[in-house]
Write a protein that binds this ligand. Sequence first.
Ligand SMILES: [Zn+2]
Length: 475
Amino acid sequence: MDYETIIGLEVHVELATASKVFCSCPVEFGAEPNTRVCPVCLGLPGTLPVLNKRAVEFAVRAALALNCEVHPTSQFARKNYFYPDMPKNYQISQYDRPLATGGYVEFEVDGRTVRVGIRRVHMEEDTGKLLHEGVEGGSLVDFNRAGVPLLEIVSEPDIRSPEEARLYLQELRAILLYTGVSDVRMEEGSLRCDANVSIRPRGSREWGTLTEVKNMNSFRSVERALAYEVQRQREVLESGGRVVRETRHWDEGRGVTFSSRSKEEAHDYRYFPEPDLLPLVLDPAWVREIGEKMPELPAQRRRRLVEEYGLPAYDAGVLTASKSLGDLFDRTVKLYDDAKAVSNWLMGEVSRVLRERDLDIERSPLTPENLAAMLRLIDDGTISGKIAKSVLEEMVDTGKEPRAIVEEKGLVQISDEGQLLPLVRRIIEENPGPVADYRGGKKKALGFLVGQVMKETKGKANPQLVNELFRRELG
Ligand SMILES: [Zn+2]
């Protein structure tokens, strides 16, 4: 039987405000436990929440970037439940009157555009965090995160495969980064994702029973967990069983989802309007202004890179996926006009070197000026492309100018025939086998001989010239 996969995602993302959503405690990742707290976020009796305007601004900006309708009036609500990481025993959230509804995100899959609807975007506060590790006979609780502003973004069940789920999340992440409303660091927990998954026979109009999958901590684990869950449901149905509606946790280590009771399950949250906060009424002029000041979004940048610089769609996609990589591209092509060369270096060597050093572009001393200068050194024959790779590494490590690196390390390319010819002749003498191969028609043998010269010169010989000299000498 051919099944159709139906996935909807609920994403929680931390807004990058300086302070919490209902008090003035600073938001900081990694601070000493319980040092960024006050009576409000600790839920002490008699305290009152005061809404952070910047958090609302960020939420509105994100909602507009997600093509949502932002409602002039929305309402905070209490979501009541007991859990030790939440001192008030309720979470301030939004329920039947969310901030925004009816948006969408578009992205490309194999050359076709997929549109995933956004059902709703609402604001809420984060809870504290329980610490179990290294604690004997109990758990500890850290309330630093309690009251950090969150945006919950709920998609329509428009996602049709685990791969689409990953691509949707990546596009969502890019949009949130471009709008500057969140740093979206999944490993620090600033983007968390739950999924509703069901399958049904292709062509059927009825929904299958869904399961909720939780605890997916990276884009890769989202794709793996969903692929596992889809397959599991298929096997249940094919063996004549029924999928049970339940919450399942993803176990990254074992690569399986397992049934689990969760704190939310089977609870009635008894939502009611938050009596300590007035309805949130937005001035339409303010919302319009936020829309007008919207920075360039990923989809716009992708289009621009193709139209303005003639880049292939693939390049535009890679350069746009990371805002900092796209920014570096934009700044470098202003200084060096071969856009495709800049793109190749950024997608290839620059990304590799940064990845090896576990560095973000923002945190590396690499500048567009130095990158452009390095490309010009290749063009004028001062260094080979190969040497440029080690110059780039040095630029990333030290922030030095490429010319200074080349001079300091004596990396100038050898393009002097008088210097290279004796070496070429010696290599011919020392390698009668490959020479005979080449003369016998194995053109590949030339690569080996050129490689020997490059090795002897530590990569400094001009490879075009060395090729030419060998052809001449062996011709
Ligand atoms: Zn506080």
